[in-house]
Design a protein around this ligand. Structure first.
Ligand code: XMP
Length: 318
């Protein structure tokens, strides 16, 4: 019988004999897959696992700091890299979603390659690839590993890609990865996290991305997600997020006319992200979230709710 404990025990033994005293580098994304892969490797080879967690400036509010803290609490040998400005610089002036994705992927690879170079004598690149990634060959939800996969045919290969690959989760489905993570003591905040796209808020700000828009979206999104958690809805929806729309609309605040931006809330029910229905969140909850966002987030004076299903819409707007 398959049990998460047995899987972990066997995998840790296999990794020990496969890797010996070799050094391994792994990119953490804050998502469940890369985190579970890191925990297994950590149990097998300890400090010889070198984790890199890049702040691309496109994560949710407080996410980088809080996830990095969780990783350190788990005993992982992890380096947090603040690369925000490099990503913002690369995104300046870009409006096409695919151009933005490519720019984010390219900068990620540059930053990761740079960091990997600073570890002497590294022999392996570990990835949190799971079985559905193997069959689709493109990860839908992945962070760094998906980014790496979809970009490894641009130009010459960065040095870290010449490393041998180790993928301890290659035979698992998502729910099995979660069970293994739970068995290994991965905290709830990582275990039950919604899928989050590798390009992050970069594709939830429609049109050009600027640090100012990121800051506004982070605040609005934080209010949304915290309210979903408090109301018990976070674990009932498959994925939720806030989208910053590139349009302004007229509003009124006191006796002043405002002319500010609109955000859309998105929440979907899904099994694998391939199809999705919009979540029927209670009106009272939506009302509370809308009021809180408009009253607290400077720059937003209107909130709408996305009632489109996939297909024909997609989960993300870009
Ligand atoms: P769509 O928008 O295609 O999204 O319905 C399906 C799932 O994939 C995620 N997604 C991405 N993940 N890089 C990623 O790592 C991307 O470029 C990307 N685009 C969409 C999306 O968040 C949803 O879970």
């Amino acid at each position: 019988d398959w049990t998460p404990h047995a899987f972990a025990d066997i995998t840790i033994e296999d990794l020990k004999s496969q890797l010996g005293d070799d050094k391994v580098v792994l990119g953490l994304s804050g998502g469940v897959d890369s985190s579970v892969a890191a925990l297994l490797l950590h149990k097998a080879i300890g400090k010889n696992l070198h984790c890199i967690f890049v702040d691309n400036g496109l994560l949710r509010k407080n996410e980088f700091e809080s996830v990095l803290e969780s990783y350190k609490d788990l005993g992982l040998n992890v380096k947090g890299v603040n690369a925000k400005q490099l990503f913002y610089d690369a995104l300046a002036g870009l409006t096409d979603p695919e151009h933005k994705r490519k720019a984010i992927g390219r900068v990620f690879i540059e930053v990761f390659d740079d960091e990997a170079h600073q570890i002497s004598d590294v022999k392996w690149l570990a990835q949190g690839t799971i079985y559905p990634d193997v069959i689709e060959s493109v990860s839908v939800n992945g962070g760094p590993s998906a980014t790496i996969k979809s970009h490894h045919n641009v130009g010459g290969l960065p040095d870290f890609m010449k490393l041998k690959i180790v993928e301890p989760l290659k035979s698992l489905f998502k729910d099995e990865v979660r069970r293994v993570g739970k068995a290994l003591g991965l905290p709830e905040n990582i275990l039950n996290r919604h899928p989050f796209p590798g390009p992050g808020l970069g594709i939830r700000i429609l049109g050009e991305v600027t640090p100012e828009k990121v800051a506004i979206l982070q605040e609005a999104d934080y209010i949304y997600i915290e309210n979903l958690k408090k109301a018990g809805w976070y674990d009932r929806v498959w994925q939720a997020g806030t989208i910053y729309l590139p349009i302004q609309s007229v509003g009124v605040m006191g006796d002043e006319r405002t002319y500010e931006n609109v955000v859309s809330l998105r929440a979907v029910e899904s099994v694998d992200g391939m199809t999705a229905d919009w979540s029927h969140l209670p009106y009272e909850l939506l009302a509370k979230i809308s009021n809180e966002i408009i009253n607290n987030v400077k720059g937003i004076n209107r909130v709408v709710y996305d009632i489109s299903s996939k297909p024909p819409a997609t989960i993300e707007w870009e």
